[in-house]
Design a protein around this ligand. Structure first.
Ligand SMILES: [Zn+2]
Length: 322
């Protein structure tokens, strides 16, 4: 089985096409506003589809936030997939780690992930196509370490990729995943360009640090386009160009990590729009309307950008185990 699981069933790697590897279609679902949420998600995703996007990797894990709310909503994702015609891949795993994890073994956690990947999620036969994990400490705290070891173990038995939230310590995360049994070529590290996670490294040192992850086979996902308050545009471009120049264009991914919420009064708020007005424009299509043109202007050619969007996602998402 080298099929990839989407919320509407398995597809072949060739059907993936242009793929956004780290997105949130519904991170903060509010059932009272479901119709508005569905309309908004469909409208915004269709704009990205018009620009050529064919596949969205939705990395909101179940009960994403500590209060046990938000995150993956499998029926909602199914509706969005039907209405947009996009391939939507959903995840198993964790974002904020609940305290119960302390009582579970690595094997228990891995088994729960494996069930969602091989059997189905909740009472459906929809399967997860990716494992999402997150850590915010260097070195990882004991619960984070458990989650990463479990993700590596679940990957070694199912072959699906691991997507990490990696503002802090992506190299330590990679090492922990490998210890759990992961294949680095199917692991990718997101938001690595966020400067507050650099632990005092300079831009040049950070580029070298990330190059080491690429050398070991891991991929780096960049999504801070238009997030000038977090990563200045020139720094983001410098790191991507550095990886390309050193021969690691096969380890670069680009996406938007769009996060929005609809308030009770019906207003839509996009992440960080209160600190940076540009963020108001950061929808899924922004990748094609703003980020890619700017990368091309910085000298990255069309073929390389196609690699970021098509070939690299395909190599990572195609399960390597039966
Ligand atoms: Zn995210």
């Amino acid at each position: 089985m080298n099929k990839i699981q989407t919320v509407l069933g398995p597809i072949s790697p060739e059907e993936l096409g242009i793929t956004m590897m780290h997105e949130h279609i519904v991170a903060r679902f509010n059932e009272k506003l479901e119709n508005r949420e569905l309309d908004y998600a469909v409208k915004e995703l269709k704009k990205a589809k018009m620009m050529g996007c064919q596949t969205i990797v939705e990395v909101s894990p179940p009960k994403m936030f500590l209060e046990g709310k938000g995150g993956r909503n499998i029926r909602f994702l199914e509706k969005v997939a039907k209405e947009t015609g996009l391939n939507i891949i959903c995840c198993t795993g964790y974002y904020q780690i609940p305290p119960e994890i302390k009582k579970k073994s690595v094997e228990d956690i891995a088994d729960e992930m494996i069930k969602e990947i091989t059997e189905g999620i909740e009472d459906t036969n929809i399967r997860a196509g990716v494992i999402k994990v997150a850590a915010n400490n260097v070195p990882l705290n004991p619960s984070e370490e458990k989650i990463f070891l479990a993700a590596g173990m679940a990957q070694s038995q199912t072959g699906v990729p691991v997507c990490c939230h990696s503002i802090f310590g992506p190299l330590e995360q990679l090492e922990t995943l490998i210890k759990g049994g992961a294949n680095p070529e199917h692991c990718y590290f997101s938001h690595v360009e966020a400067e507050f996670g650099w632990e005092g490294r300079t831009l040049q040192d950070e580029a070298k640090y990330l190059l080491e992850i690429a050398r070991r086979g891991g991929s780096l996902l960049f999504n801070n386009f238009g997030f000038e308050h977090d990563t200045p545009w020139n720094d983001l471009v410098y790191i991507i160009c550095h990886l390309v120049e050193e021969g690691f264009s096969n380890r670069v991914l680009i996406s938007m990590d769009v996060n929005w919420v609809i308030h009770n009064n019906g207003l839509v708020e996009l992440e960080a729009e209160d600190v940076n007005p540009e963020c108001r424009k950061r929808n899924y299509a922004y990748l094609f309307t703003h980020a890619i043109p700017a990368l091309e202007k910085a000298g990255i050619n069309k073929k390389t950008i196609e690699k970021f969007l098509i070939d690299n996602p395909k190599n990572i998402l195609t399960p390597f185990k039966p």
